[in-house]
Design a protein around this ligand. Structure first.
Ligand code: ACO
Length: 342
């Protein structure tokens, strides 16, 4: 049997500074009541000047490594997902690799907007399931506050900064049972942020700010997450009622509730923390997963569905077989764990 990619450690980092809806009322024509009713967001975190995707990713990564009781020098690979990297290059993953002390590991970024973390998690799992690598750090980290136009009330109410991380370790239990990914690049203009190398014939002065057709994305989000979750659940040989916990991308509480309803699941079965952090793109699922664990909502053998959508447009879902986090017991060590990269 191939090794499984158990999640052995979970980490999160939230910048200390809180920006409330009342703070945003001072920036744009909006109200706390409107934001809460339409999005469920009450407050979000804002990175300090000396913080970035890499510094926050390092903090989240360290916490995940501590929980897994893994020496960073044992890591084979560091993957990072971000839409707000420290720079165009080097990869944010390389900065995190250095920061956590993963002296033997390779490192690269996986970029797919809000689908980035799930994409990186699936990528890392493959390295483990093929036997190539044994221990991988996967980080989702964002400083969206630096690509949000704080004079645009359509977008600035939604986003925040955060980092989350997981350590994957070869095991005979846990890890992904299935995943699906989809993309429709013909709708790239519905949700995007240009960068320094964007086409020069596009006249867009605020080239690096998030631009979004909110109503279009809302409808797309519910339909995309529902269909991806159904596909992944079927691919795992399960039924909807077998799902113990949904961990959706935290974009909007209404989107989460509507997706749970569309799947025929009670909304209490979905993890929600968008009220405290807003949409943190690639960081939202690992932070929500860590907080689900902190709240005692993850149990041995649970079937956990991660699902997400975002710029691309892109969307995807994954079913996890939940195994306890922490150090690998001798019993769980796969008999043939002789990975070529270790
Ligand atoms: N405060 C007060 N009023 C506002 C605000 C605001 N911040 N923003 C818009 N309005 C007004 C509009 O102007 C509009 O007024 P009108 O009726 O006079 O025209 C009214 O409120 C309703 O606007 P809608 O856009 O229809 O409001 P909706 O209920 O759709 O909520 C929202 C807007 C919250 C943006 C919603 O569409 C949404 O969440 N969409 C999905 C966003 C999303 O998930 N994006 C993912 C990004 S992921 C990534 O790439 C990082």
């Amino acid at each position: 049997m191939n090794p499984r990619a158990r999640i052995a450690g979970l980490g999160k980092y939230l910048p200390a500074h809180i920006r409330t809806n009342a703070d945003i009322e001072k920036l744009v024509d909006t109200s706390d009541a409107w934001i809460q009713e339409r999005t469920g967001v009450r407050e979000r975190r804002i990175a300090a000047d000396n913080e970035s995707a890499s510094t926050m990713g390092i903090e989240a990564g360290r916490q995940a490594l501590e929980q897994a009781e893994i020496d960073p020098a044992e890591l084979d690979l560091v993957l990072s997902a971000t839409t707000s990297p420290d720079g165009t290059f080097p990869a944010t993953a390389s900065l995190i690799q250095d920061g956590v002390g993963a002296v033997r590991a390779g490192a690269f970024d996986v970029t797919a907007a809000c689908v980035g973390f799930l994409s990186a998690l699936a990528t890392g799992s493959q390295f483990i399931e093929t036997g190539s690598y044994k221990r991988i750090l996967v980080v989702g980290t964002e400083v969206l506050s630096r690509i949000v136009d704080w004079t645009d009330r359509d977008t600035c109410i939604l986003f925040g900064d955060a980092a989350g991380a997981v350590v994957l370790e070869a095991s005979d239990q846990g890890g992904p049972l299935s995943f699906v990914f989809h993309s429709d690049g013909s709708r790239a203009d519905k949700l995007y942020a240009h960068g320094p190398a964007t086409r020069r014939d596009i006249d867009d002065h605020d080239y690096h700010f998030i631009s979004m057709d909110g109503r279009h994305i809302f409808k797309f989000a519910v339909q995309a997450m529902e269909s991806a979750a159904r596909e992944a659940i079927e691919a795992a040989g399960m039924k909807i009622e077998d799902v113990d916990l949904l961990v959706p991308h935290q974009a909007n509480a209404r989107i989460i509730r509507a997706t749970a309803k569309a799947l025929g699941l009670p909304e209490e079965r979905a993890m929600v923390n968008v009220d405290r952090y807003g949409n943190t793109s690639a960081a939202s699922i690992p932070v929500a997963l860590r907080e689900a664990w902190e709240e005692g909502r993850l149990h041995d053998g649970d079937r956990v569905v991660l699902m997400t959508f975002g710029g691309g447009l892109s969307w995807g879902a994954m079913v996890l077989d939940w195994a306890p986090v922490g150090p690998l017991s001798a019993a769980a060590e796969p008999a043939h764990a002789t990975a070529s990269g270790s």
